[in-house]
Ligand binder design. Sequence first.
Ligand SMILES: [Zn+2]
Length: 62
Amino acid sequence: MSATASTVHAAPTRHDRCDRCNAAARVRALLPTGGELLFCAHHARAHAARLRDIGAALDPGP
Ligand SMILES: [Zn+2]
């Protein structure tokens, strides 16, 4: 595993924080607009239906 790996498939890391609270992000939501949101497990679940509704792609981390 290279430390200089590309960020083509950037899963949330322990450094990322949920956009709704300050917990560690577990899921990255890629919005159709090109933006992205980070959610902890709790908020990912809470917003999953809404995110799919707007066409966001959920990218769970490892
Ligand atoms: Zn959260």
